[in-house]
Design a protein around this ligand. Structure first.
Ligand code: ADP
Length: 440
């Protein structure tokens, strides 16, 4: 029998028993209905009394013991309530334990952690975050983080919506403390802001960049002198014939060294600043036409060098950097493509932005090398790169120059068929030409 039906039957039996006692009392005193009414009223009063005791216990159930009603409907109700209460306390204790553990582990974390809601208001932060960002417990809860962390670069990062890479920000122009901020979205509008002190890493990086820039500068002058003397020697008429070949090799090697040093200096200049460059309008079509002419003027070049300028839109950026990037790509295509092959240059724009592609019918590149091509000094075939006078820095220069323009390099290649290197610039870097109607 279901529990509910049993309880209902039980209650009905009790009411009937009370009524029966009332009938008996009524018969004794000669008034049956009064006897029944009195018995039922007593039964009701007893039930209400139990209800009042249950209510009093529920109000103080933390300290008081449950009413001592072991049997009947009220006994069942109290047992159920006690069970629910115990289960709730068990779960609550467990959640509290987990929460305490979580709080202890985040407090011990070497990184700062701040939980933000959709309005960038602080929900919670750990001790490291309060140390790094000078936040005060409880006082700063509920306040907007950009009102408390007053660094313009941080506000820009917060509003950018681009959180795949961390933002490394100098805390104060006067000191060398750098913090890396990384936002991670989770849940509904909740965000986790992680803060890490990267001062040591940044200062090592600065030292490395300075060292390369200084070493390249220092090497440039003696090399210029050596190259000058080699040129003079080579043009001497009375030189013994067996010196001609070693001299030619020395000139080739000094030209290679000069190339490496020039590329290192270009890279250092590109790395000397992190942010994006300002936008000056650059006529891509004209730049590519000059690059094409330069390639065709060389004694050795691919038979066909095609240029397709599908857009008159200008590119907003730094002309020297863009020239350096495009020249490296075009030179690579020309260098690695045999004289019988062809290369194609194309500039076009669409809703996503501006695109410059260099395709060639050269040897192509195996898929496993492609992700590493933009690393410094990475070459697929060292022998071939050296033979063609490559420094191994060209694509690193391209990557850096594009990064400073918010652009990306896409490399597609198939061994034996050729390669296509495409630079994708965001729409904000494209300046549409002023039409005749608009200008007139
Ligand atoms: P390098 O000065 O050696 O050309 P880069 O950084 O410009 O250095 O290029 C890195 C490597 O990528 C090159 O050594 C070469 O192996 C490969 N590479 C670059 N462009 C091409 C291309 N168009 N076709 C085939 N291989 C290429």
């Amino acid at each position: 029998m279901p529990l509910g039906v049993r309880a209902a039957l039980y209650v009905a039996l009790r009411v009937l028993a009370a009524a029966a006692v009332g009938v008996l009392l009524g018969l004794v005193f000669g008034r049956v209905w009064i006897g029944v009414a009195a018995a039922l009223a007593a039964y009701l009063a007893w039930q209400l009394w139990l209800l009042v005791r249950l209510d009093a216990w529920l109000r103080n159930r933390r300290t008081a013991d449950p009413p001592d009603v072991a049997s009947g409907l009220w006994g069942d109700v109290i047992t159920q309530v006690v069970r629910l209460h115990r289960r709730k306390r068990f779960h609550k204790d467990r959640v509290m334990r987990v929460l305490r553990e979580l709080r202890r582990s985040t407090a011990a974390m070497p990184d700062g952690v701040v939980i933000l809601n959709g309005e960038n208001e602080i929900v919670w932060f750990n001790e490291k975050a309060s140390e790094y960002l000078d936040l005060t417990r409880k006082v700063d809860y509920g306040l907007r983080i950009d009102n408390l962390v007053r660094m313009p670069e941080f506000t820009r990062y917060l509003q950018s919506g681009q959180y795949t890479l961390p933002a490394i920000i100098r805390v104060d122009p006067g000191d060398d403390r750098y913090l890396a901020f990384q936002l991670v979205s989770y849940g509904e509008g909740q965000r986790l802001l992680m803060v890490r002190d990267v001062s040591r890493r940044v200062s090592l990086e600065i030292m490395r960049k300075d060292f390369i820039a200084n070493a390249s500068h220092e090497l440039r002058s003696p090399l210029t002198v050596i190259s000058g003397y080699l040129e003079t020697l080579a043009s001497e008429s009375g030189l013994p014939p067996d010196l001609a070949e070693p001299l030619a090799e020395m000139r080739r090697q000094s030209a290679r060294m000069t190339g490496i040093i020039e590329d290192l200096l270009v890279l250092s200049r590109l790395e000397s600043a992190d942010g994006q460059v300002e936008g000056e309008p650059v006529d891509v079509g004209a730049m590519l036409a000059t690059l094409r002419k330069d390639i065709l003027a060389r004694p050795l070049h691919p038979a066909k060098v095609e240029l397709r300028v599908d857009s008159q839109a200008q590119l907003l950026g730094n002309e020297t950097m863009l020239h350096s990037a495009f020249m490296n790509l075009v030179e690579n295509a020309a260098k690695y493509t045999p004289a019988s092959g062809s290369i194609g240059l194309r500039w076009w724009t669409d809703a996503r932005g501006g695109h410059f592609a260099v395709s060639d019918t050269g040897p192509g590149i195996a898929a496993e090398h492609i992700p590493r091509l933009t690393e410094r000094f990475y070459r697929v075939d060292i022998g071939r790169s050296r033979a063609t006078g490559g420094s191994g820095l060209g694509l690193a220069i391209v990557k850096h120059a594009l990064q400073r323009h918010g652009a990306e390099l896409e490399i597609r290649s198939e061994e034996g068929r050729g390669s296509t290197f495409t630079c994708h610039f965001p729409a904000t870097r494209v300046a549409q030409p002023v039409t005749r109607a608009a200008s007139g």
